[in-house]
Design a protein around this ligand. Structure first.
Ligand SMILES: Nc1ncnc2c1ncn2[C@@H]1O[C@H](COP(=O)(O)OP(=O)(O)O)[C@@H](O)[C@H]1O
Ligand SMILES: [Mg+2]
Length: 240
């Protein structure tokens, strides 16, 4: 589904150049559940942004279903993002002036779905995520865990083939975070490809494949055995 070849990303910070990713190779097959882990500043978010087409590599190649992404127009790329990718971020990014239901209908509006279908789909999704009693609530009236469930419902509105999540449990209490991860586990069973960025070993253990980053290098790539805790030292100490 996805192939990154020698992908690099540099950021220019005034005079200083930061090499956030240094020649990274990564293949992702449909239906996989990756946990991308590593210390703060190791390039996790940068990698997720590139995978999601939110940012382009400075060098190297990104093939999405055999198509080199840099050859797509902005319009084609945003169409792919809107129709095939779902994004979940640490800070929920909900519209505060819209209800839970309205927030979930936004991507369906972009996809030009009729109002009736938008409301039915959003209601169905929120209900399936245990939010059926909160449809008319505004984000400010919801707990963090509930807001994140709305954000997950929104990410799923267009039935994405790829779900990208950057520290989705980062602002949540442990039990709320586990509720979100159970949803991810279910989506994985349903065949959604998931790329999860987290620095929490308990959260990361929900994935099936561990990708460890250190200083912009991919230093670990191995299966995750069910119920086996992840030791972050493995990523920090592994010889690059
Ligand atoms: N927009 C940006 N401009 C400049 N430097 C950035 C930008 N985004 C990230 N970086 C730098 O790139 C490196 C990797 O960042 P990031 O991918 O956010 O790491 P992580 O998500 O693992 O904490 C860090 O050194 C960070 O400071
Ligand atoms: Mg980050």
């Amino acid at each position: 589904m996805i192939e990154l070849k020698e992908v690099q990303k540099e950021y220019q910070m005034g005079e200083v150049q930061v090499q956030a990713l240094k020649s990274l190779d990564l293949e992702i097959t449909r239906g996989e559940f990756l946990s991308i882990m590593g210390p703060s500043g190791s390039g996790k978010s940068t990698l997720l942004h590139i995978l999601g087409g939110l940012d382009l590599p400075s060098a190297g190649e990104y093939f999405l279903e055999e198509v080199e992404i840099s050859e797509l127009s902005d319009r084609e790329l945003s169409r792919i993002r809107n129709h095939h990718f779902g994004f979940v971020f640490q800070s929920y990014n909900l519209f505060p002036e819209l209800t839970a239901l309205e927030n979930v209908t936004v991507p369906l509006l972009y996809a030009k779905k009729p109002a009736k279908e938008r409301n039915a789909r959003a209601t169905e999704l929120l209900t399936s995520l245990g939010m059926g009693q909160r449809l008319k609530h505004y984000p400010g009236q919801l707990s963090g865990g509930e807001q994140q469930r709305v954000a997950v419902a929104r990410a799923l509105a267009n039935d994405p083939t790829l779900l990208l999540a950057d520290e989705p449990t980062g602002n949540l209490a442990t039990n709320q975070g586990q509720e979100i991860m159970k949803i991810f586990e279910q989506l994985h069973k349903e065949g959604v490809t998931i790329v999860l960025v987290t620095h929490d070993p308990v959260v990361g253990a929900y994935g099936k494949r561990l990708v460890g980053l250190r200083d912009g290098h991919l230093v670990v790539d191995r299966p995750i055995e069910r119920g086996q805790p992840i030791d972050l030292l493995e990523i920090v100490q592994e010889a690059g």
